[in-house]
Design a protein around this ligand. Structure first.
Ligand code: FAD
Length: 310
């Protein structure tokens, strides 16, 4: 059995595995796709002390750093159930989609999240070529340009306020007849001179010149008329979905599916920890996920050394 079994191979999982292995305890890591969201990222300019890198490069570094330690890495394996230990200090059982069962004294959940996409023509083709999902990450790339934010919930309105300070102009597009963000955010948004809000609008297509985004089309849901908006960037803010569907009966999740953790990375179950985008951590960023992964691993170690000797 493992002393620490990490589920997920993104920044949080890699960090948790390294911190655990450095304690000299038996560590395993199961990942559906080692690298996680980082693999889908182009330029990364906020990974502190590395002014510029690219997703696939950082993912390769994560993998080689983990490889320097005695970590049993099981890549391309999906976990589909976790059975918590029957008693405190007992073994948890992780079941994989391939039928294998792994047992571990502590488990660290770092399965990350995925951005909800618009599912319209052009979105995939121009992803990272104008279509973006993370304003903290990609906002500065659009300095002085025109962008749209899709989605008028809290994250969409926050993104629009954030981007308005960087870009030339922001158009916020909301499907509903009104914004759904908190009133204080809406007031702030309304005070900004370079933001326009369009409600009752359905984005129908992303257009580009083959290399980058040039415009988007939306349908006015009241008149059914199609409109075009010329711009350089589109920030899709219609939800970040945690990869936790398989944990619904195991650990406490928020209504949005985030694993509830405390400041030590402890979940509602003894001996089960979590870190990164899959959790209630409010900021979904690489440096934050790495820090959280190390916190969870150190908490797991603290838990292990307090267990009575068998
Ligand atoms: P993830 O990176 O999502 O990793 C989750 C891991 O869990 C993966 O290995 C996945 O395969 C695995 N997994 C999921 N479910 C299972 C399962 N059931 N069984 C086994 N394994 C499973 N952040 C920045 O700081 N700077 C940036 O510039 C930046 N740009 C971004 C650009 C894009 C396009 C995207 C999508 C994100 C960007 N982010 C950026 C956000 C950053 O990538 C995430 O905050 C970070 O990757 C979260 O790390 P994580 O380890 O929590 O989760």
């Amino acid at each position: 059995a493992f002393e620490v079994l990490v589920v997920g191979g993104g920044p949080a999982g890699a960090s948790a595995a390294i911190y655990a292995a450095r304690k000299g305890i038996r560590t395993g890591l199961v990942a559906e796709r080692f690298g996680g969201q980082v693999l889908d990222t182009m330029a990364i300019e906020n990974f502190i002390s590395v002014p510029h890198t690219e997703g696939p490069k950082l993912a390769a570094h994560l993998e080689s750093h983990v490889g320097e330690y005695d970590v049993d890495v099981m890549n391309l394996q999906r976990a589909d159930a976790l059975v918590p230990a029957p008693y405190e200090g007992g073994l948890h059982e992780l079941r994989l989609a391939n039928g294998a069962k792994l047992r571990a004294r502590t488990v660290i959940l770092t399965t990350g999240a995925r951005w909800r996409t618009m599912n319209v023509p052009g979105e995939d083709q121009y992803r990272n070529k104008g279509v973006a999902y993370c304003p903290h990450c990609d906002g500065p790339l659009f300095k002085g340009k025109r962008v749209a934010v899709i989605g008028g919930g809290n994250s969409g309105v926050e993104a629009a306020i954030d981007l308005a300070g960087i870009v030339a102009h922001v158009t916020l597009i909301e499907y509903d007849s009104q914004l759904r963000a908190d009133a204080v955010l809406q007031r702030k948004l309304a005070s900004l001179p370079n933001v326009k809000v369009i409600t009752s609008a359905l984005t129908t297509e992303v257009h580009g010149d083959g290399v980058k985004v040039t415009s988007l089309s939306y349908k006015d849901r009241n008149s059914d008329q199609l409109h075009a908006l010329e711009l350089e960037g589109i920030f899709v803010q219609i939800g970040l979905v945690p990869n936790t569907e398989w944990l619904r009966d195991t650990v406490a999740l928020t209504p949005r599916g985030e694993i509830e953790i405390d400041h030590r990375g402890e979940t509602s179950r003894l001996g089960i920890f979590a870190a990164g985008d899959a959790t209630t951590e409010p900021y979904k960023q690489i440096v934050v996920a790495m820090g959280a992964g190390s916190t969870a691993a150190l908490s797991a170690f603290d838990y292990l050394i307090r267990l009575p000797a068998e």
